[in-house]
Design a protein around this ligand. Structure first.
Ligand code: AMP
Length: 505
């Protein structure tokens, strides 16, 4: 199965098999022809009403119309930026100020923002779907044009917009469709928000191969009773999630092969896959293939994969992150020197799925994106090594970017926002680990003068004051109050000593 162009591949399914299912919600099923029909209507509307090729923000959760809007943006020759509904307003405003979109399509509830931007809401969308138009012709773009932009956490509190081009996306999609034993017409779980690039692992491989997505929405995921009821009935073949999410699902004993007999593939990405999770999956789903994959948003979802077997788990202390995809080169670097097999260093990725850089942010682009032997490359900030036979092993982050429940975040960004609270003079956040996974975020805080009688009242006030700026999962669960923060010999905050304090062994 080889895809030459994403949009055309999806159109082809709508033309060839219009009634083929593409999105299966609990009470409604949508077909390829509905997807493409709506997308053409909306693309036509963009074409008539927009005057620039600046990106389009698509705001919502896992609704079918999100897909319509993504496809419509692509069909009209524009990049799109997915933003999920639980994003705090200040963060949305920051994204809007970096990205300067011409329009936002608001499928979820939208609070009016200060940005001067045109808007289409869900009611208007449904009117647009009814409007008479002539036959729509997709706008052709070059392979290097941006397909989507996904915003990730930045060190200075300003999120970075990773630009993924058509050719970046094609390199990823063709690898997934060829190297994992996937077939046409499979049904994929859609659980990760579209603003997290893990979602792309289901989305485009499914849509270009005539597959169907089954969304599992936040309301269900956040309510374990509902989640555990739905899980054993999910009509899926391909599971895509972070290891953290599947760990929750493994709490439900009926989440096994006898209930999910069609489930043949597990694809994990985004954070370390714990051995215990991998082992539990092998015994609960003896007929399924379980893959660990690895990669940053900047290299389009994932660049390596390995199928988990008992032998593999026995052979390595941590679950390996895989063999590199054929069109890509991983170089292990230390102090600008290339390291040999078996030596540790930073994982640097070069190949056709590496992004052109961060939107409107040349400084951050210049720091993270480099060239190796004339090829553009991305410095991941991850520590790892390659074995003699080309298997990539992960050894943790070089810097202070962490993963917590599958979400990527920079500790410095949280520090930054905490320090802006009126109740805080200075703050530094450290992760508490259990079995190589972040279990809790702890903030060391030098408090500002205040009249609270109890520490918990102060902690509550601090958490409330940052809740407009930080995603809820980025707000530290625990605050430790100190008169001052420790410093290194160079007079910098000594986060490492606090990390050791919190993680003594
Ligand atoms: P994101 O850009 O949100 O996908 O985050 C990318 C980062 O997640 C990588 O640079 C790694 O630090 C981490 N990561 C992704 N996949 C894995 C994996 N399979 N094992 C360990 N860490 C991973």
């Amino acid at each position: 199965m080889k895809v030459n162009a994403i949009i055309e591949a999806i159109d082809m399914w709508a033309e060839k098999e219009p009634d083929r299912e593409v999105y299966r919600e609990p009470n409604q099923v949508y077909t390829y022809s509905q997807l493409v029909y709506r997308a053409n209507q909306l693309a036509h509307f963009f074409d008539e009403n927009l005057t620039t090729d600046r990106p389009i923000v698509v705001f919502g959760e896992l609704e079918f119309d999100m897909l319509v809007a993504f496809l419509a943006a692509s069909k009209s020759g524009r990049a799109y930026i997915p933003i999920e509904t639980t994003t705090p307003q200040e963060r949305i405003d920051l994204i809007l100020s970096v990205a300067r979109p011409e329009m936002v399509v608001t499928i979820g509830d939208w609070q009016e923002s200060q940005a001067d931007v045109k808007r289409v809401d869900v009611q208007q969308l449904h009117t647009i779907y009814q409007m008479p138009i002539e036959r729509w012709q997709n706008v052709t773009r070059s392979d290097e044009d941006t397909y989507y932009i996904i915003f990730t956490s930045g060190t200075t509190g300003v999120p970075k917009g990773v630009q993924i081009s058509h050719s970046n996306l094609l390199s990823f999609v063709n690898w997934e469709l060829s190297d994992f034993g996937l077939k046409t017409g499979m049904t994929y779980l859609a659980q990760a928000p579209y603003s997290f690039d893990l979602s792309v692992m289901g989305l485009y491989p499914a849509l270009t191969s005539g597959g169907c997505l089954v969304p599992l929405k936040k309301a269900v995921v956040n309510d374990f009773k509902q989640l555990f009821q739905v899980l054993p009935t999910l009509p899926i073949n391909v599971w895509v999630s972070t290891p953290s999410f599947v760990n929750i699902c493994l709490m439900e004993p009926h989440f096994d092969q006898s209930h999910l007999s069609g489930l043949s593939h597990f694809l994990f990405c985004g954070e370390e896959l714990p051995k215990k999770t991998a082992q539990a999956l092998l015994s609960r789903f003896p007929h399924a293939k379980v893959f660990n994959t690895y990669g940053p948003t900047e290299a389009t979802v994932a660049i390596s994969r390995v199928e988990i077997t008992e032998q593999l788990l026995h052979a390595y202390p941590r679950v390996p992150i895989g063999y590199i995809k054929e069109d890509t080169v991983v170089t292990i670097m230390e102090d600008d020197q290339v390291r040999q097999a078996g030596q540790l260093g930073e994982i640097v990725i070069s190949g056709p799925s590496v992004s052109k850089g961060y939107l409107n942010n040349p400084e951050k682009t210049a720091t993270a994106f480099v060239t190796i032997d004339g090829r553009p490359a991305y410095r991941t900030g991850d520590r790892g090594q390659l074995t003699e036979d080309g298997l990539l092993l992960y050894e943790g982050r070089l810097d202070f970017q962490i993963k917590f429940h599958g979400y990527r975040m920079e500790l410095e960004e949280i520090d930054h926002h905490l320090s802006e609270s009126p109740w805080v003079k200075e703050a530094v956040v450290v992760p508490k680990y259990k079995e190589n996974k972040v279990e809790q975020l702890i903030a060391y805080v030098v408090p500002a003068d205040n009249t609270f009688e109890k520490e918990y009242q102060l902690s509550k006030a601090i958490k409330t004051s940052v809740s407009q700026r930080l995603m809820s999962y980025m707000i530290p669960q625990k605050m430790i109050y100190v008169p001052h923060l420790p410093q290194t010999a160079n007079g910098k905050i000594d986060r490492k000593s606090l990390i050791h304090e919190v993680n003594p062994s």
